[in-house]
Design a binder for this molecule. Structure first.
Ligand SMILES: Cc1cc2nc3c(=O)[nH]c(=O)nc-3n(C[C@H](O)[C@H](O)[C@H](O)COP(=O)(O)OP(=O)(O)OC[C@H]3O[C@@H](n4cnc5c(N)ncnc54)[C@H](O)[C@@H]3O)c2cc1C
Length: 318
């Protein structure tokens, strides 16, 4: 049975896994994180008013491609996604959290979390993942579904031509704050976008399927995030809160919980090539950075690579 190792349980990796699985191919998925999500991550913070939950990566997604629209209908039918018109008329979110969609996509597969893959080793025609605790298992093919900056060092040793695409792709950072308050903020729509410092801020507890205390996600612009990239998180929080206070009319209510996250490789540039695949050594890469910085693009890139792998296998079968 042909066996593919997918490294990365974000949208691209799980889309690739899904399409391979539907073609009858055995898939094992690995991720360094503690659960599925990647840049569609969600986090819970305990507060005196109960748990507050935040989507601290992607905020919502939109749909342009007809096949992705069909996939979204399936998520709606399974209750893991819902429209969020407060963000924009055609926006969707995961429910009850953004990462619910990825949990749903991951369910049919063998997924190993807390598995940091630091390299690959070739044994004849098969691959070994260099990853603590994963020795002695060999795969027919490997898919790298990681941001470009994390793909490049692994690809370089095995296919420098493919690696060049990743080496030239550059992501932009995002400093993101998650803040829970004792009282609601004075803001009617609960969505703030494109101010001098804030790229996006939203009242997360008002998204579909959420509850809990007043909770806001605040994401700084890429320019501001880059200028403060190496600052410590505890110095970033006050800036994000100050910017939120300005936009919501002055003094903020008492803060009852907070967390700060730096997305070093947050928003990809998008190279437009769809996916990378070397059929000779059965090594490929997918991810939003191979199309554009959106959830839909990550899904399309994963499917693009799966179709190329399936195409290669059917050529050998002829
Ligand atoms: C702040 C922010 C806001 C955004 N807002 C939106 C939005 O509103 N709408 C939208 O459509 N998109 C948005 N995006 C973009 C969207 O999140 C991404 O396009 C999409 O989630 C990328 O999916 P991916 O699978 O390509 O990569 P990722 O989600 O990054 O998945 C890569 C996975 O690989 C794992 N990994 C990395 N290195 C290793 C390793 N060595 N070994 C094992 N595992 C590894 C990571 O843990 C991660 O789970 C936003 C992104 C950010 C950061």
């Amino acid at each position: 049975m042909y066996h593919v190792a997918v490294v990365g349980a974000g949208m691209a990796g799980l889309s690739c896994a899904r399409h391979l699985h539907h073609a009858g191919i055995t898939v094992s998925v690995f991720d360094k994180g503690r659960g599925p999500g990647g840049r569609m991550a969600s986090r819970r913070i305990d507060t005196p008013e109960g748990p507050a939950s935040f989507d601290f990566g992607a905020q919502y997604f939109t749909v342009r491609d007809a096949d992705f629209a069909e996939q979204v209908q399936d998520w709606l039918a399974h209750g893991v996604a819902a429209p969020w018109p407060a963000a924009r008329a055609d926006a969707f979110v995961g429910v009850p959290a953004m990462n619910s969609i990825l949990r749903h996509l991951a369910a049919p597969h063998e997924v190993t979390f807390s598995a940091l893959v630091h390299g690959l080793k070739r044994h004849g025609r098969r691959w070994e993942l260099l990853c603590d605790g994963q020795h002695d298992r060999h795969y027919d093919s490997v898919v790298l579904a990681l941001p470009a900056e994390q793909t490049a060092p692994i690809l370089t040793l095995h296919d420098f031509d493919l690696a060049q695409t990743a080496l030239f792709a550059r992501s932009q950072p995002s400093w993101t704050g998650m803040f829970a308050f004792a009282q609601p903020l004075a803001h009617a729509t609960g969505v703030i976008r494109d101010t001098a410092m804030i790229a996006w801020a939203a009242r997360d507890n008002a998204k579909p399927g959420r509850s809990g205390p007043e909770s806001w996600v605040v994401q700084a612009t890429p320019q501001w995030s880059l200028a403060h990239l190496e600052h410590r998180p505890e110095t970033i929080g006050p800036h994000l809160l100050q910017a939120l206070a300005v936009e919501t009319g002055g003094a903020l209510p008492a803060l009852i919980g907070q967390s700060i996250h730096r997305w070093r490789y947050g928003l990809s540039a998008g190279t437009g090539s769809g996916s990378l695949w070397n059929p000779e050594i059965a090594l490929g890469a997918c991810g939003d950075w191979l199309i554009g910085p959106r959830i839909e693009c990550a899904w399309l890139s994963g499917r693009h690579l799966a179709e190329r792998i399936i195409g290669t296998l059917s050529q050998f079968a002829r």
